[in-house]
Design a protein around this ligand. Structure first.
Ligand code: CA
Length: 223
């Protein structure tokens, strides 16, 4: 899943990005409000973590409002050093989905990110399931037919995206934009290569394939 971090304090931004990347997310950072606004409204992020106070024309509240006005429904986790009832409600009223007060523990931030990524209508837990395959997004355990499968972080990220969007044909471009960050060196056949790695681990040893090629388009995960 691809995450946008908008935070002008470089140290905090990099610490967040590092923690998120360790959890297999693809992360882009914007260091001011205007860059954050531009990225949040043009790139397809799965979640945005936005600081309240930012230099530039757009502060955190301005970005969230602009996103919602532009019909961008990316879940937003708001960060703020300001802790008061009026501050919290200002962020949530602007359209943020959750609010975290600085300083915070990285563990708590990661738990809230996971919670925001759950689609209320589809998944109520941190476990994603397709047929006899299951992925625990907290412990990073993937099992098929009771057998534990070891994946690299990129393979895990790709499988997570396919699982969260199962039964839907996904183009290679859409997959790239949700699994790789802006600066990644993505070649035209990158998705094919990673799908091949993933199939070798989750499909080839089992009877029924889960990843299906959609000819001339991309892939679909279907049990
Ligand atoms: Ca700030």
């Amino acid at each position: 899943m691809r995450v946008l971090v908008v935070e002008d304090e470089h140290k905090i931004a990099r610490a967040l990005a590092k923690a998120l990347e360790q959890e297999t997310y693809a992360v882009d950072i914007a260091y001011d409000g205007d860059e954050g606004y531009a990225m949040a409204t043009t790139e397809p992020y799965d979640i945005a973590i936005i600081d309240r106070m930012l230099p530039g024309e757009y502060d955190g509240i301005g970005i969230v409002k602009a996103m919602r006005d532009a019909k961008v429904h990316t879940p937003v986790l708001f960060l703020s050093a300001l802790d008061s009832i009026s501050e919290r409600t200002a962020g949530l009223d602007a359209g943020a989905d959750d609010y975290l007060i600085k300083p915070f523990a990285l563990e708590e931030l990661l738990a809230r990110v996971r919670a925001l990524l759950r689609r209320p209508t589809e998944q109520q837990s941190d476990t994603l399931i397709a047929g006899d395959l299951s992925m625990d997004t907290v412990t990073y355990t993937v099992q098929r037919a009771g057998k534990t499968i070891q994946l690299t972080s990129k393979e895990f990220a790709l499988l997570e995206y396919l699982l969260r969007n199962q039964n839907r044909p996904l183009s290679k471009d859409v997959i790239i934009s949700h699994v790789w960050d802006y600066d990644a060196d993505v070649l035209p056949n990158t998705v094919e290569v990673y799908v091949k790695y993933l199939r070798a681990k989750i499909d080839v040893p089992f009877k029924k394939p889960l990843i299906h090629t959609v000819r001339g388009f991309g892939y679909k995960l279907e049990a």
